[in-house]
Design a protein around this ligand. Sequence first.
Ligand SMILES: [Fe+2]
Length: 207
Amino acid sequence: MAPLLLRSAVTRAEQRSFAAHGHVRLPGLWERALAERIAAEGRERRAVAEIPRRGPRTPVTARRLPRRGTPAASGPLLARVHLSLTGTARALTGRLVVPTFAAYGYYQDDDEVFLHIDTEQCDLTLLTTVFGDVGPLHVHPRLIGSTMERLGELESDPGWDRCGGTRVTYPRTGVTALNGHVLPHHRPRRPAPGLHAVAALCYRSLF
Ligand SMILES: [Fe+2]
């Protein structure tokens, strides 16, 4: 099978940026043609998407409307991309990471994500835009070390500044790497008519 990736190496600058900030954009990892195939698979797999039973659950109070949950689905092409990016993930983190799960996540009409950290299955999370227009994640280095309960309190507080944090976008022909188990992140509610999808590819560190 032909290799999927244009490059798996990362630069020193990308390594340093990830180490310093907990996130870095890695654009241009694959051709536009592969991005289109991923988008096609993502659209096709929507029909079998389900709301995952496991995953981060931010404990919010009744003041915040509970979200429906984000339907997710896997796919054979996404699984190949996930595996192919293992070398990139190791080079970026300098850790022996292994793929855990990869999924398309679908957002219909709004793309809100509550403030959370990723599960222990995601020492490294790679995010790519699949189709549509999902807004940037806001990452919160000042909240590193907060419990999920504390993140839930903030999410439930109408006075919490939902526009705060550093905005992080994700390319279509590559990924944004996120230290998602450490770095709290959220996406503020905004109207997003139609269907949109991102893919998250997670890796766990063996040591
Ligand atoms: Fe996350």
